[in-house]
Write a protein that binds this ligand. Structure first.
Ligand code: SF4
Length: 228
């Protein structure tokens, strides 16, 4: 496979900051949030309220810092052999030769999401959207995250009919521990979650705190949380 470093297309959009929610942008008249927030949404929605609505700042955990370090190391190693190319060129080339790209920015104004995909493998028959995770457990929150990347990617590729597959991989290894085809049912399911997120942003749905006290015990926001 050939390594391709895809240039970002973020500058193609007019972006406004949301007046009250840190990190939410308004793109083409719609709230747009980072896909990584779906991890928090699955863990505890109240964390999203504390972090982005109340703007409470807490430090990163040791596990988060270690994850960032491994991530950066993989990224730097990839860049040593990757050639810079446009998204369109890599799409075209991959019809003949399989390619690998890392840290690919995707944005979907229509679905209100954006983010960086850890790795995309484009082959003549399918696209594999890979998110690297520290363990080997496919949590609903991480599955939702990779599904949202697939949805945003689907909007970018237009009428290309190659299949899209989402996958979770153990960070720093080749171990794909979960994967699925991004089909119509999966698309419906992730759109339902995105609709809930929009409900949180526009105030029509409440932030539901987790009932799992084990999650609260390891939560970085516990000293600020009225539900702890
Ligand atoms: S302490 Fe518990 S309820 Fe509060 S934000 Fe953290 S995980 Fe959610």
């Amino acid at each position: 496979m050939e390594n391709k470093l895809i240039q970002s297309n973020a500058e193609d959009y007019d972006i406004e900051k949301h007046p009250n929610i840190k990190g939410v942008q308004i793109i083409e008249g719609k709230n747009n949030f980072p896909i990584s927030w779906l991890n928090q949404q699955g863990y505890c929605e109240y964390q999203i309220y504390l972090q982005y609505f109340k703007d409470i700042k807490v430090g990163a955990t040791a596990a988060m810092k270690q994850g960032t370090a491994v991530h950066n190391e993989l990224e730097n190693k990839f860049k040593e052999t990757a050639e810079v190319a446009s998204f369109e060129d890599v799409m075209e080339m991959s019809k003949e030769t399989a390619t690998i790209s890392r840290e690919v920015f995707v944005i979907s104004p229509e679905n209100g999401i954006r983010g960086f995909i850890d790795e995309i493998q484009m082959t003549p028959t399918e696209f594999i959207i890979i998110d690297d995770k520290p363990g080997t457990t496919p949590y609903n929150s991480t599955i939702n995250q990779v599904r949202a990347y697939c949805l945003a990617f689907k909007e970018l590729i237009g009428d290309d009919t190659r299949k899209i597959r989402g996958a979770l991989r153990q960070r720093g290894t080749d171990n794909i521990f979960w994967s699925e085809e991004f089909n119509e049912d999966v698309e419906k399911s992730i759109k339902f979650v995105l609709d809930r997120m929009e409900g949180l942003f526009n105030g029509t749905k409440p932030f539901i705190p987790t009932k799992n006290k084990n999650k609260c015990r390891s939560c970085r926001y516990q000293s600020y949380c009225e539900h702890f």
